[in-house]
Write a protein that binds this ligand. Sequence first.
Ligand SMILES: Nc1nc2c(c(=O)[nH]1)N[C@H]1C(S)=C(S)[C@@H](COP(=O)(O)OP(=O)(O)OC[C@H]3O[C@@H](n4cnc5c(=O)[nH]c(N)nc54)[C@H](O)[C@@H]3O)O[C@H]1N2
Ligand SMILES: Nc1nc2c(c(=O)[nH]1)N[C@H]1C(S)=C(S)[C@@H](COP(=O)(O)OP(=O)(O)OC[C@H]3O[C@@H](n4cnc5c(=O)[nH]c(N)nc54)[C@H](O)[C@@H]3O)O[C@H]1N2
Ligand code: SF4
Ligand SMILES: [Mo]
Length: 890
Amino acid sequence: MTTTVSTTCPYCGVGCGVNVTLPAQPNGVVPPVSGDSAHPANFGRLCVKGSSLAQTLNSDDRLLVPHVAGHATTWDNAIDTVANKISQVVKEHGADAFAFYLSGQILTEDYYVANKLAKGFIGTANVDTNSRLCMASAVVGYKRAFGSDTVPCNYNDLEQCDLLIMVGSNAAWTHPILFQRIVAAKKQRPEMKVVVIDPRATATCDIADLHLAIRPGSDAAIFSFLLQESARLGLVDRDFIAQHTSHFQATLQQAIESTPDLSTTAEFCGLEEAQLATLCEWWASQDKTVTFYSQGVNQSSSGVDKCNAIINCHLATARLGKEGAGPFSITGQPNAMGGREVGGLANQLAAHMDFATPGALDLVQRFWQAPNMATQNGLKAVDLFQAVEEGKVKVLWIMSTNPMVSLPDTAQVKRALEKCELVIVSDCKAHTDTTVMADVLLPATGWSEKNGTVTNSERRISRQRGLLPPPGEAKHDWWAICEVAKALGFEAAFDYQGVHEIFAEHAALSAFENEGKRDFDIGHYRHISQREYDAFTPTQWPVPEGRPEGTERMFSDGHFFTGDGRAQFIPIKPSLPVQQTTEKWPFVLNTGRVRDQWHTMTRTGDAASLAKHTGQPYVALHPTDAQRLGINEGTLTRISSAYGEVRVKATLSNASPPGQVFVPIHWTQQFANAAVVSNLIPQTVDHLSGQPESKHAVVQLEAIQDLRYGLVVSRRPQCFPEALYWCAIPSDNGFRYEVIWPKGVAIESLKATFTLLETGQIQWLEYNNEATGQRRLACVCDEKLDTVMYFSNRPEAVSADWLLSNLVASEPLSEPDRVALLVGSPANVEDKGNIVCSCYQIGSKQIEKAIASGAESVEALGARLKCGTNCGSCIPELKHFIPKEMELSA
Ligand SMILES: Nc1nc2c(c(=O)[nH]1)N[C@H]1C(S)=C(S)[C@@H](COP(=O)(O)OP(=O)(O)OC[C@H]3O[C@@H](n4cnc5c(=O)[nH]c(N)nc54)[C@H](O)[C@@H]3O)O[C@H]1N2
Ligand SMILES: Nc1nc2c(c(=O)[nH]1)N[C@H]1C(S)=C(S)[C@@H](COP(=O)(O)OP(=O)(O)OC[C@H]3O[C@@H](n4cnc5c(=O)[nH]c(N)nc54)[C@H](O)[C@@H]3O)O[C@H]1N2
Ligand code: SF4
Ligand SMILES: [Mo]
């Protein structure tokens, strides 16, 4: 007998339903997961990250017990340490000396109790979150326009629209299942138009009828111009504007002043006039329009204005609140929305109420029976870390986020954490760039162990359900927060018998004295029992009393949540990023995601198969810039800014124009020595939302000369203190590193270090080629392969997988094996090349071979190799291999 548990994927904000069939006898192993065909987000499909979830569950690096000052301890002691220090600093310095820094990856129930403890009981609104780096601008944009943080649309709108404008989103890689739904809709209705607005050509452009490669940061000008074109062409809905909105005239006037005509606007945005004219033409001819926007919009010093420039266009043409239309901010994290609902940001109070909402403080205080209500906004993430460095915040509790990697100017973050009197980190992992800075470490349960709810990008609340028992002493985040609250003397308010009680309280607060005044109302659940909570099915909020089916779409009645019920037009003056290039910093740095990694790799970094698509960090730059700087494919390149330095290999690409470079965000100091891109980014923020301009910095690039390139595979983890670059590439059969040393590296002493821990009989096999600078060494210990090192003067392509497989061979090494190890090219092993299709592990060389033998379409490749037939995320890349497809897109 087996049981199937339905839960929700812990990665992106699409929020796909996942089914897991567990064996009757729990053996601690989760079998491969599958998509939940009953879940309305994904109807059974999963992308490669979702499908690989089972592979990420057996990490050797789980944090298993609490630690205080570097020593393992009991939960009782850890909780006392935390509570005593909070009491002491609050008594001596006031409640604002304490802060939470949370995450859109904790569950709504975790968020709810953290927010309640800080804002109602300790008395500080210093509750901020990594969502500040992610969708703070989108929140402020919605609130300015609608009076509430309400996402009007749903996923069906993406399939039903006739024009989809994707702004600053690489959904093909970042919201893959939604992207596949869009691909399928467009295939059915080829007349549906897709526009991508992104300075960089991405996999998402694969379905674009028009790609506007705008000048970085210039988005608002496009929508400012669209607004005035809408007026000029008579597209505006006069009745809707008159009945349901304010400030149209002033906003239109500003648009006319800012973007007076096609040519000025096109020039400002770095576009051809014809491109912008095409967008206007499509906007004019297609009423059913969705604008789908993400970090290219939000992570900007003018992120809020960009959002409102978009929303203005939808309000003017009444393209919202109906099928196939609306301004759709797409959230990144699995529960960024839940955090917003709870009010877990420093400028929110609770349940979609703000400190400034009339009567809200009193309402929340009465509901919570709170003894110490915070009365005003707390510190937003960047300000918070500055206050920590200034010594104003003395106790910081970081939960489920890795600010040493994700906040801009990581050198400042480090200074702040060093200065802080008590840094508490709740994480599932023992070793992250942030856990190493902690005074108290609290082991948290993670996906597959936790129970609670998350809300996806279309306001749909789903359950995450526990599958496995927590390992070691790991505990749920809500439990740890409640235990600290109780130790602080707030027993009655935090004495929950289970997570469903927290959800019920959250629901009750949302409905408390609401009477339709607030958008967020899930009062239907306010008495939810454990059984009902366990049987919870995915539902879109609002779910007020009497409407258990929830709400598909918002604003269909033209009523908004502003004081007078009218939506607000916001006059927008487009601006460019704060930092502009100079002679010293001549390149614009853009940052973002790769297909198969999640954030700081604390989960995806455990799946060797996910490292095959992009195994190492890189800087992508235009071939003309590369040539000028003497950079080739694979050259180690130093990228510096006024804030720090990154060293990664170069890859040559036409995706961005000359003068712009792209570096992915994922590699931390756990995986590479000098690849944290936030090192380079200033703490410039949007003055309304506090969201950092993480997509933009100005930098210098330089090829690093006189190097020894190395590949190391070993049975044990190794470290490379003298290397200019090293990267650990997750692998199944041992440890694999790409390493680059300065030319004079002393190989003899390296040999000693690599075998330091080995006690067996050691023999070194060696191959030297003075002419090419190649040197290859294999260490054999008791007749078994232990470590292999290849050195050369330039990057070499070697099948590391084959080398790694030798580490686990059960037989003693044969003579031919020994020779092959030094030659590096096994006679009988197929080299797949770089993995393109992660689901079926199909590599570039296999694809090239299949195409050469006649499989000249994505479908034919799928039939031959299966590539692209599961999640479909690799289809844009597959097309690049097919000569016919490339001609079509050229
Ligand atoms: N594989 C994967 N998927 C993820 C994540 C992950 O880590 N890995 N993280 C999740 C999270 S939390 C988030 S927030 C989302 C993010 O999802 P996305 O926002 O789609 O992803 P990014 O790659 O950060 O950035 C999107 C694009 O913005 C572009 N851009 C840069 N500057 C500008 C600009 O000025 N204007 C415009 N229009 N575009 C610009 C970049 O070139 C980039 O292609 O992804 C989610 N999904
Ligand atoms: N330059 C640049 N910087 C960026 C971005 C960018 O595009 N460019 N994107 C920004 C965005 S949109 C985001 S969302 C952030 C993401 O950045 P982070 O939030 O810093 O990255 P994560 O790797 O998701 O960190 C999550 C941590 O929580 C742990 N964890 C996972 N589940 C749980 C849990 O249930 N409980 C606890 N206690 N811990 C858990 C993980 O092990 C991991 O250490 O990065 C931001 N920074
Ligand atoms: S699209 Fe992929 S990562 Fe996002 S929720 Fe679905 S399966 Fe998870
Ligand atoms: Mo995000």
